[in-house]
Write a protein that binds this ligand. Structure first.
Ligand code: ZN
Length: 249
């Protein structure tokens, strides 16, 4: 079985199209998983919602999706993010807002041993940034499947819990293959952000998993950042939301 993973698209149509174009060169996939934040920040929320609806049946809700849908308050968001939430809500139709509202906090696909959540399995509605060993340990305690896909930090990252030893290992992921082995009990994977990477590499990030090889592969693809930023500026969204795409933060 081959699965593709996308997260944190954030209304960046140019990045999403570049990722899909690359996916088409990689053969057939049995499923595409999306770890939330389809909208927010970027200038093409409608197009991104349409593409994701057609692409995947396994999509969880991110905090920006939730704020745009009016489920959580964006009061903890920074001012630019709040502006983007309001702007996005005004662009979307009732049915698009209903689709965002309908997204589950957790997608459990036990048959193939995967769970999808935006932040962490610890209080998923609180959208914790899963970035430390302590966070990972707490998430693993709630994780009923071997694998869990997360997003939210916009940084490709993996945590592994070994079967025998008590310790954890974790690593930021560069593009390339990560071979798993039978010693690994559970995995938390963050495939990085499609539409607003924050690890200093502005290229769109995504991952695939091949169960026959028991192997995760991280990809980074260049996209038309100038076009994405022009659309942000044309929409009168905050300039910083455009500039940060060039810098990958
Ligand atoms: Zn996000």
């Amino acid at each position: 079985m081959r699965i593709a993973f996308l997260a944190d698209i954030h209304s960046n149509l140019q990045a999403l199209e570049a990722v899909i174009k690359k996916l088409k060169t990689l053969g057939e996939f049995d499923a595409v998983f999306v770890a939330g934040d389809i909208v927010g920040y970027g200038a093409n929320p409608k197009e991104c919602i349409q593409i994701i609806k057609n692409l995947s049946s396994y999509v969880c809700m991110g905090n920006h999706d939730s704020a745009v849908a009016g489920i959580i308050s964006p009061e903890t968001f920074n001012s630019d993010a709040k502006i983007a939430v309001e702007w996005t809500r005004n662009q979307l139709s009732t049915s698009e807002l209903e689709w965002l509202s309908s997204l589950p906090l957790i997608v459990n696909y036990k048959e193939i041993n995967w769970t999808i959540v935006h932040g962490s399995l610890i209080n998923p509605e609180s959208y914790i940034y899963l970035a430390s060993y302590e966070d990972a340990e707490e998430c693993f305690a709630k994780q009923e499947t071997r694998f869990c896909l997360v997003g939210h930090t916009h940084t490709p990252l993996v945590f592994a819990k070994l079967k025998e030893e008590k310790g954890l290992s974790g690593a930021y992921l560069e593009p390339g293959k990560l071979k798993l082995n039978s010693q690994i009990g559970k995995i938390i994977l963050n495939s990085g952000s499609v539409g607003q990477p924050r690890d200093g590499d502005p290229r769109a990030s995504f991952a695939i998993y091949d169960s026959d090889k028991d192997e995760i592969e991280i990809f980074r693809v260049s996209y038309d950042i100038k076009e994405a930023t022009n659309r942000i500026l044309d929409a009168s969204l905050p300039e910083s939301l455009a500039l940060r795409l060039y810098q990958g933060w």
